[in-house]
Design a protein around this ligand. Sequence first.
Ligand code: SER
Length: 594
Amino acid sequence: MTANELRTKYIEFFKSKNHVEISGKSLIPENDPSVLFTTAGMHPLVPYLMGEPHPAGKRLTDYQKCVRTGDIDEVGDASHLTCFEMLGNWSLGDYFKKESIGFSYEFLTSKEWLGLDPELLSVTVFAGDENAPRDDESASYWMEVGMPKDRIAYLPASDNWWAAGPTGPCGPDTEIFYWVGEGKPGAGSNKATDSANWMEIWNNVFMEYNRIDEKTLVKLPKQNVDTGMGLERTTTILEGKTSVYLTEIFQPIIKGIEALSGYTYGTDEGKDKSVRIITDHIRSAVFILGDPKGVVPSNVGAGYVLRRLIRRAVRHGKKLGIEQAFLPGLAQIVIENFKGPYPELEENKEKVFSELQAEEKKFSDTLRKGEAEFEKLLPNLMKNPQKVIPGRVAFRLYDTFGFPIELTEELAAEQGFTVDREGFKEAEKKHQELSRTQSAGAFKGGLAEQSEITTKYHTATHLLHRALKNVLGDHVAQKGSNITAERMRFDFSHPAPMTKEEIQKVEDIVNEQIKRDLPVTMEIMDLEEAKKSGATALFGEKYESKVKVYTIGDFSKEVCGGPHVEHTGVIGTFKIQKEQSSSAGVRRIRAVIS
Ligand code: SER
């Protein structure tokens, strides 16, 4: 049975039990700042579990795309996924344990539905604690439908209590497992006695509590049921496979990777891992980018998770020897395969392709530089008997090459090293302090803000400064700069108004440097050394003895606190709007980028 068939059957089954199908929701949760993504099918239903009446009634069913990235580094083994689908059925104060268990058992074992062998199923129920009693009730309903007593394990809250977050609706659950061991399970085999051989496929939560805070648990006005069946896992067992990646859900993507890399999946464990990482991450990235709520790669929140997924996929592509840009091609396969149940992927495909393309390019450049840098560092690092990469080294890779700390950790792990995270944080803090000090004085206003657009303006300031010197002469010196998200202002010494031609020339030079997509790099130096190296330092500015020097390709070199973009191509188009007098001998330019 394919995943599409399973999805359809599930919904059909619950409709036949008087449930109304509702549509799954966005991957980006509404009104919930506590999580970055929708992590479970029940997530969008929280208000209704809390007592709000649902317009579609009290019995609901749906399929929901989910993203869980807490264990992103685990992805690569045969079972972990960052993006998955959950099939769900809900009772909002309607049926409770008995019917819920009855429905699940019927759907799983009836020949009319999945027809699984009952001998290959086992369950767990809540063992009880100070919050709620041992769930003998659920156990008795399981036995009523035919589950042998020795296939029922009682487990504590760490296994059998479900909550979406630290507060909110929660309750004991009963989980359903399928046998993945050799042959048939022996007498007494269940999740408690034989954990590794049982794979969870479905979780029925009896949500009758609301956690108000750490100490307070109250009963909800109604007894609800929230169930979630893992579509990928259940498809795996229905197709008789040993790994989700071997199902028809992922095989088209894996075939795509095979075609790109010339590598055949299943012949080398290390490379298989890379294939699985790319497969999982490209699917997640397409689902996130294809969501109507629209997250794009960035350095914060959900955008940062997306960036990590894309970048990790690119790196593993390189490990497999894929030289060309490959993510948009794989995204096409993902969209083709999932646009049936998720038409939004097709609707947003242009955005998916262009964002992937841009991020892949950006990161490939970064990677080339960063990996070369890492290689250079290796001989020295190898001398370190503790096998720990100092935090400041990891921070330099991050700050200069845009190398995410997680990737440094992964590269390090390949060499048997760990990264000093604490040291990294310290280096980051120092960097921020340095930036703050340097952004005082002439840079008053604007530069403490580090949004993407102000960062672009900041780099454009350096380009403008150099271009003015080139066109008007070396007497030009920066007298002040002020940046907002809307525009930049730049004050400089020059005795006369600029001519139209000079303004045009300066503008053209800046745009030319943007088009050349010059890399922006940073080095920390002694102030004297920086001046000697030809870096422009601002007259009258107070500097610490160690300063940061930003170099833009072969064009500009300035002492500056940063931050800056990684390469000039991202700045956009530069336009001078106004040139006027600021004070005696000082001119002021107002410019925008778009
Ligand atoms: N909320 C439960 C889970 O995510 C069941 O849907 O496992």
